[in-house]
Design a protein around this ligand. Structure first.
Ligand code: FAD
Length: 392
C-alpha cells in the first residue's frame, strides 16, 4: 500500500521527489546560499540599482555554480538538471543573480569552452569558474536585437591583427567584465573576439533608467577601431551558430530559473494570505483568494515539470532548440502571471521591496525579452510544428 504522504503546499505534486540525491543536494545548498547571502540584501540592492558582483563572484565560484555544467578548467561538470535546480534556487532570490550566473557560465565561459583555443581556455576559464574574473557576452546592438544576423559590428584584418568597430548594447556584466566575448561580422562571417578592458578604443557605460533587473549590471560597449591581436579570435566557430548555441545553453537556465521566481511569488502570497486579516478572517479563507493561490500553484508545478522533462532530455543528449524554446516561452509567461497575481494578494504591501513579488514581476519583464523574446520563441515553435518559417 502506498505510504500516506504529507502534501507540501510549495510542491503539491512532490516534483522534487523526482530529483536524484545529488540534484537535491545542489538544490538545498544553493537555496541556503540564496537565503543567507542574497535574500537579506536583495530589496536594498534592487532599490539602489546595484549588484555587488566583485564581492559575490568568488562566493558563487566557491559554491560551484559558475560554468557548473562545463567539464575541466575548474568547472564542476555537473548534469543539466543539477545546473537547472541551481538556477531555480538562484532566481528564487532574484533574476539578476541568476542572470549573472547565466551570462558568466552559459554565455561567456561556454563560448570560450566550446570555441576557444587551448591557450584561451587555460587563460580564462579557471579564473572565471572561481569568480576571480568576470565575463560578458556581447551580441545585441542598438539596431539589431531579435535579428542579430544583420549586426553592424565589424572586425577587419590588418596584417596579423584585427580591427574591431561597432556598438553593442544591453550587455549584462558589460562594464565590470575582465573579458568580453564580442560577436562581429568578418569577411568570412560572424566570429567571436575576446576583448579586455583597457584596450584602446574600447569603452563601456551602463544603461541608465532601468526599472527591471535593477540588481544587475547592464551596459553599452563601444569599439572605436579597437586593435586586437590575432589570438583574440575564437578559432572554433564561424557564423551565427556560435552565439546562438551559447544562447541555447543560457535559455536552459532561464526555463529553470523562472520556476524559482514563480515559486517565490506563490509562497510569498500563500504566507501573506494566511496571516493577513480582513473582514475578521484571514484573506486565505476567501474563495477568490484561494482561486488565485490554486492557479499560481498549478502554474508553478506545471512549469517545474516542463523544466524537469527538458532537463532530463538534455542529460540524455536529446534536447533540441525547440524544446528549449518551449520551456522558455511557457515558463517565463507562467512566472509573470504568477508574479502579477501574487502582487494582488499582497495588496499595497505587494508594491514594496519588503516583499519579493513586484521585484520578481519587474525582473521577469526583462527575462521575457532577453535571449529570444516570447514572440521569437513562438515563431520557433510555430516553424517546428508547421514547417513554415514566419520570421519575415
Ligand atoms: P527587438 O528585436 O527590436 O523587438 C521588439 C519587439 O518586436 C519584440 O516584441 C519582438 O518580439 C518583436 N519582433 C521582432 N522581430 C519579430 C518578428 N519577426 N515577428 C514578430 N515579432 C517580432 N544581449 C546580449 O547580447 N548580451 C546580454 O548580456 C544581454 N543582456 C540583457 C539584459 C537585459 C536586462 C535586457 C533587457 C536585454 C539584454 N540583452 C542582452 C538583449 C536582449 O537579448 C534583446 O533585448 C532581445 O534579443 C530583443 O531585442 P530588442 O530589445 O532589440 O527588441
Amino acid at each position: 500500500m502506498a505510504k500516506p504522504t504529507r502534501i507540501d503546499p510549495a510542491d503539491v505534486l512532490a516534483v522534487g521527489d523526482l530529483l536524484t540525491d545529488e540534484e537535491r543536494l545542489v538544490r538545498d545548498t544553493v537555496r541556503r546560499f540564496a537565503d543567507e547571502r542574497i535574500r537579506p540584501h536583495i530589496g536594498d540592492w534592487f532599490e539602489r540599482g546595484v549588484f555587488p558582483a566583485r564581492e559575490l563572484a568568488p562566493e558563487l565560484g566557491a559554491l560551484g555554480v559558475l560554468g557548473m555544467h562545463l567539464d575541466g578548467y575548474g568547472c564542476a561538470g555537473s548534469g543539466a538538471v543539477a545546473y537547472g535546480v541551481a538556477c531555480m534556487e538562484l532566481e528564487a532570490a532574484d533574476s539578476g543573480l541568476r542572470s549573472f550566473v547565466s551570462v558568466q557560465g552559459s554565455l561567456a565561459m561556454r563560448s570560450v569552452h566550446a570555441f576557444g583555443s587551448e591557450e584561451q581556455k587555460q587563460r580564462w576559464l579557471p579564473g572565471l569558474a572561481a569568480g576571480e574574473l568576470i565575463g560578458c557576452f556581447a551580441l545585441t546592438e542598438p539596431d539589431f536585437g531579435s535579428d542579430p544576423a544583420n549586426m553592424r559590428t565589424r572586425a577587419r584584418r590588418k596584417g596579423a591583427d584585427w580591427v574591431l568597430t561597432g556598438t553593442k548594447t544591453w550587455i549584462t556584466n558589460g562594464s565590470i567584465s575582465d573579458v568580453a566575448v564580442v560577436w562581429a561580422q568578418t569577411d568570412d562571417g560572424v566570429r567571436g573576439f575576446l576583448v579586455e578592458p583597457g584596450t584602446p578604443g574600447f569603452t563601456a557605460t551602463d544603461v541608465p533608467g532601468k526599472l527591471s533587473l535593477r540588481a544587475s549590471v547592464t551596459s553599452e560597449l563601444a569599439f572605436d577601431e579597437v586593435v586586437l591581436p590575432a589570438d583574440a579570435v575564437l578559432p572554433g566557430v564561424t557564423g551565427l551558430r556560435g552565439p546562438l548555441s551559447s544562447l541555447n545553453e543560457a535559455r536552459f537556465g532561464i526555463l529553470w530559473g523562472t520556476v524559482g521566481a514563480a515559486r517565490d511569488c506563490y509562497t510569498a502570497a500563500l504566507d501573506y494570505a494566511g496571516s493577513r486579516v480582513q473582514f475578521e478572517r484571514p484573506i486565505a479563507s476567501f474563495q477568490l483568494t484561494q482561486q488565485k493561490l490554486v492557479e499560481m500553484m498549478l502554474e508553478v508545478e506545471k512549469a517545474y515539470l516542463v523544466a524537469l522533462r527538458i532537463g532530463r532530455l538534455k542529460d540524455e543528449g536529446a534536447a533540441r532548440p525547440a524544446h528549449i524554446s518551449f520551456g522558455k516561452l511557457n515558463n517565463v509567461r507562467a512566472a509573470l502571471d504568477v508574479a502579477r497575481s501574487a502582487r494582488t494578494v499582497l495588496g499595497a504591501n505587494g508594491i514594496t521591496t519588503a516583499y519579493p513579488v513586484l521585484r520578481h514581476a519587474n525582473n521577469l519583464e526583462s527575462v521575457l525579452t532577453y535571449e529570444g523574446t516570447s514572440e521569437i520563441h513562438t515563431l520557433v515553435l510555430g516553424e517546428t510544428i508547421t514547417g513554415e518559417a514566419a520570421y519575415r
